[in-house]
Design a protein around this ligand. Structure first.
Ligand code: S3P
Length: 441
């Protein structure tokens, strides 16, 4: 079957209520944490994407029983540090940076050498960021100049560490937290602010964690070697997947959309804060707390008169996966927008800051890019008429989906490659877009 799609029509006005698939970060964290509990943990609305399948397959290889049922997933953990380790197991993390960076935290104690590999895109990404703290715990790690494949051999007696996580990487922070869970004593992490799902999960499970919040950093203190109880969990909808539908609605004509039960954890809603400043019209209703995570229904409306933004850099980590989409809003805004301190964006599944600039060039929006910033010269009257081809983007799911949104809202004749990339995070993306009336071949 062809892996190329073609779009040559704007999406027609729509008014609908939809549900988006489960959150990717939470799904991976649930599975990894459940593997450390003794007994059966059950999860509802687990995201069934390739990143999660890779997670479950890695756990199975480590001797964990996993049952996927129609409406739920069950994991039968054997307790802390009780993976069934054979000599030289190779774990395939596929495309998932979150899996490849969090799982090694749980291996800090492993008696055998374990190899972690990934696909082409994951093999280009930086792993020094987790090698350094895990070595401090006492584990031995070997990489190819900081890249996968990585061999990890744990230590019999990991030592608790004090670590300063400066990148604002939730993956790095969570890796250290999982290692701390398996380590006797108190580990202290001073972390630049980033998504706090791991902290909330530790709290939800009554594990001994203390978080002190300062303006720029969180100080996390964790006591390890405490039993994890098996637990039931429901995953809310993913704000990063919802973001494609938010931006589609904003940029479409006379449309409105309700997205039910979305995770609106404050450390994930950078996109909403940025869009609010850009004069986007939305409201949040029915807010509540589910398993320690805030959720709510998002009501989004087509928005005219979009304002440019000089984006405050303290929004960056909470919007890190949404910048390609935010750049589309800036393309339609009435003036020049600037986004700074975004070098981490080039560390994703593809160099996304560069791809943001390429996409804008393709639709005829002037932009100036440096290694960590972009200036976008918005044009509220932009109508694209030419042929546009999007390919060779390292199969980055977010580049593919952002291109679809641009095609449906700016016009032009688009040919977009690698549609299977959506399986990474959002397998039902195209079906849901078509359900709103989009004409995609
Ligand atoms: C994630 C953290 C972010 C994000 C990724 C998921 C997580 O990466 O980009 O999609 O689940 O912890 P970094 O921690 O590298 O910024």
């Amino acid at each position: 079957m062809s892996d190329i799609i073609k779009i040559s029509n704007y999406i027609k006005p729509f008014r609908k209520t939809i549900r988006i698939e489960g959150d990717k970060s939470l799904s991976i964290r649930w599975a990894l944490m459940a593997s450390q509990a003794k007994g059966k943990s059950t999860c509802y609305n687990l995201l069934k994407s390739e990143d999660i399948i890779s997670t479950l397959n890695c756990l199975k290889k480590l001797g964990i029983k996993v049952k996927i049922k129609k409406d739920k997933c069950e994991i039968y953990g054997n307790g802390l540090n009780s993976f069934n380790l054979k000599e030289k197991i190779t774990l395939d993390a596929g495309n998932s940076g979150t899996l490849a960076r969090l799982l090694p935290g749980l291996l800090v104690h492993s008696k055998k050498k374990i190899i972690i590999k990934g696909d082409k895109s994951l093999s280009k990404r930086d792993f020094y960021r987790i090698v350094k703290p895990l070595e401090k715990f006492g584990a031995s790690l070997k990489t190819k100049k900081g890249k996968l494949p990585m061999t990890i051999e744990g230590t019999k007696f990991p030592k608790p560490i004090t670590y300063f996580e400066k990148k604002g990487s939730a993956q790095c922070k969570s890796c250290i937290m999982f290692a701390a869970l398996n380590t006797k004593g108190t580990t202290t992490i001073k972390a630049k602010k980033s998504r706090d799902h791991s902290e909330l999960l530790f709290k939800y499970l009554n594990l001994p964690i203390k978080v002190i919040k300062t303006k720029k950093h969180d100080i996390i203190k964790l006591n390890g070697k405490k039993k994890v109880r098996p637990f039931n969990y429901r995953i809310p909808s993913d704000i990063s997947s919802s973001a494609f539908f938010i931006v589609l609605t904003v940029l479409s004509n006379k449309s409105s959309l309700v997205i039910k039960s979305v995770n609106i954890n404050p450390t994930r809603i950078g996109i909403l804060k940025i869009l609010k400043k850009m004069n986007v019209n939305f409201i949040i209703k029915n807010t509540k707390v589910l398993n320690g995570e805030k959720i709510g229904d998002l009501h989004i409306f087509s928005s005219q008169s979009l304002r440019p933004i000089n984006c405050p850099t303290n929004f960056n980590t909470a919007a890190i996966d949404e910048f390609l989409l935010i750049f589309l809003i800036a393309a339609r805004a009435n003036g020049i927008s600037t986004f700074k301190n975004l070098s981490e964006l080039n560390q994703k599944e593809s160099p996304r800051l560069k791809w943001g600039s390429k996409l804008l060039n393709k639709i005829g929006i002037k932009n100036i890019i440096t290694s960590d910033s972009i200036k976008i010269f918005g044009n509220p009257n932009l109508i694209v008429k030419k042929k546009i081809v999007i390919k060779d983007f390292d199969k980055d799911h977010r580049v593919f989906m952002t291109s679809v949104i641009a095609a449906l809202t700016f016009g032009g004749n688009w040919k977009i490659y690698d549609k299977n990339s959506i399986k990474t995070s959002f397998p039902s993306f195209l079906r849901k877009i078509k359900d709103l009336g989009a004409n995609i071949n």
